[in-house]
Design a protein around this ligand. Structure first.
Ligand SMILES: Cc1cc2nc3c(=O)[nH]c(=O)nc-3n(C[C@H](O)[C@H](O)[C@H](O)COP(=O)(O)OP(=O)(O)OC[C@H]3O[C@@H](n4cnc5c(N)ncnc54)[C@H](O)[C@@H]3O)c2cc1C
Length: 509
């Protein structure tokens, strides 16, 4: 008889783990709270406008290729990927504009206009980012740590220094650029990991390398096309998805999970359980132990976002596919978000306009605009007036578009408006504190120090997703699915270490 698994949540981490387990001979059922898969990587289609609600940057295509290969498929048979280059248009309040691009000549012209030595700084910075990316992926992000000695092993300790894990990113970027705007242009991406560059380890220059060298991609049909492709592959492998099935409790017996009870009373039993719903939420709401839940509550969480999804009845060609607007006082704005859990006085924001690349995102001649404004996560003890913050964020976005892009009439052309606040991230996807990206990635919350992908007490409860190892972001969560599956197969005796290596080599080939 086949071993059985129940996965709680059909986010990318849940789908990825389910498909990999099915490929390895498991009979897998996925229980999803909502009426469709994808979790944060979801979409809204209304009145001809199609919005990806969360991720918009398809990064690290090699990780996606490995996932599909491990499932016996070819990524290019499922997704039509287009490279977006320039990656972003970055705008500063003083009028400076930069187009971040993999075109080295273009970068040189733009950077030298701002600062004479900036191009040399840029080349060195990207070279360092490349080293950080490769070493991190091989030695820290792409592997499991089964004990603290493996993590802080004599072989790994020198790497922590090589990766500048103990230096601050902002201090480090100052070695390459003097101009404050350039320092901002090459560190704001830390926001995705929910770290202020003033606190983030300098290791995270790997993000800028990934975007510029490995590329920012877009799957035609939208990011949700990637979820649909993965679900199709999982179903082909026999995975059964059950929607509108919120798990309300995990039944425990000694050191094992015996079943997952759904709101309507059905109980699903299995040999193993995989929690893909946000890990702190699972500890807090589905398991009995309070002490662990309380410890997790005290950890650092990522920021949240106010989102505007606008269906617009005309197009503004001056808006590119990816647009970043950096706000006034860079340091103060991170402090407002991460320390005060609020909206900065001059908020930075990002606009996604996918119809520039993919006409199917909006009715002909019209536009689909997604505006993401980073904001603090929900704070039970704070004084957070979300209506006021939403109104201010909206006003600031419209003001900057008017002042810097000559877009004065957008408000009159918004035919459809959907707004998401941190409360919606929490209610819709059960994200602890409405933190959009899960647990933070500070030095003390990564690697072996991040909540582990197997429960310490319940030996048949595993985790895959943004708040366990290795962390957030679609490709990193796909790695989480791979690592969790490998751990399950190893611990359940379904696969030997040697077979694992063989499987990797085969998937890579
Ligand atoms: C605004 C935003 C922008 C982002 N931009 C990018 C980007 O450009 N590129 C990138 O790579 N990443 C990006 N990310 C991060 C990325 O979306 C996440 O890291 C990733 O989607 C997390 O996947 P997951 O499987 O861990 O969790 P989730 O997507 O949260 O999936 C968990 C699933 O569990 C379900 N669930 C919860 N509770 C229960 C329950 N009790 N019973 C059953 N099911 C349950 C949820 O409904 C959900 O479907 C972004 C995220 C956000 C929010």
């Amino acid at each position: 008889m086949k071993p059985t698994a129940v996965v709680i949540g059909a986010g990318i981490g849940g789908i990825g783990t389910a498909a990999r387990l099915a490929k390895n001979g498991y009979s897998v059922t996925v229980l999803e709270k909502n009426d469709q898969p994808g979790g944060r990587c979801n979409q809204i289609v209304r009145d001809g406008y199609r919005f990806d609600i969360g991720p918009t940057l398809f990064l690290m295509p090699e990780v996606w290729e490995e996932t599909f290969a491990a499932l016996g498929e070819k990524l290019s048979d499922h997704l039509d990927l287009r490279r977006i280059d320039p990656t972003y248009k970055v705008r500063f309040e003083d009028g400076l504009q930069l187009e971040l691009t993999s075109n080295i000549g273009e970068m040189q012209t733009q950077l030298e206009k701002v600062e004479k030595t900036a191009f040399t700084g840029f080349l060195n910075y990207i070279a360092e980012g490349s080293k950080h990316y490769k070493v991190s992926l091989e030695k820290f992000v792409g592997r499991n740590f089964y004990n603290i000695f493996e993590y802080f092993s004599p072989a790994n300790l020198p790497l922590l220094f090589q990766l500048k894990a103990l230096s601050k990113h902002y201090n480090n970027v100052s070695r390459f650029f003097k101009d404050e705007r350039l320092k901002a242009a090459f560190t704001f991406q830390n926001m995705y990991l929910d770290l202020s560059p003033y606190d983030a380890p300098a290791t995270y220059s790997l993000l800028q390398y990934t975007e510029l060298a490995e590329g920012v991609w877009y799957p035609m049909g939208g990011m949700y096309a990637a979820i649909q492709a993965l679900v199709k592959v999982a179903e082909k492998l026999g995975v059964k998805f059950i929607y509108n099935a919120p798990v309300k409790k995990l039944l425990v017996e000694g050191s094992r999970i015996e079943g997952a009870v759904v709101e309507d009373g059905r109980t699903f039993t299995a040999d193993i359980f995989i929690g893909n719903a946000d890990l702190p939420y699972i500890y807090d709401r589905l398991l009995p132990d309070r002490a662990e839940a309380k410890k997790l509550d005290k950890k650092l969480y990522t920021c949240s976002t106010i989102m505007f999804y606008w269906g617009v009845d005309r197009q503004y060609p001056q808006i590119a596919h990816h647009n970043v607007f950096l706000g006034g006082d860079y340091k103060a704005s991170f402090d407002r978000i991460f320390k005060d859990h609020t909206l900065p006085a001059e908020p930075s924001f990002y606009i996604h306009a996918p119809a520039r690349t993919d006409e199917s995102a909006a009715p002909k001649g019209q536009d689909t605009l997604y505006v993401l404004v980073p904001v603090g996560h929900l704070d039970e003890n704070g004084d957070q007036d979300w209506d006021a913050m939403v109104a201010r964020a909206r006003r600031k976005v419209l003001e900057r578009l008017s002042k810097e892009m000559d877009i004065h009439d957008l408000e009159n052309h918004i035919k459809l408006e959907i707004i998401h606040t941190p409360k919606i991230w929490k209610e819709k996807f059960n994200l602890a504190k409405g933190a959009a990206f899960g647990l933070s990635h500070s030095f003390w919350q990564v690697g072996y120090l991040r909540p582990h992908n197997r429960h310490a007490k319940y030996k048949n409860l595993y985790f895959a997703g943004a708040s366990t190892h290795p962390g957030t972001g679609l490709p990193i969560v796909l790695l989480s699915a791979r690592l969790t599956t490998e751990r399950i197969l190893k611990e359940m005796g379904t696969i030997t270490e040697q077979n694992l290596v063989k499987a990797h080599v085969a998937a890579k080939a």
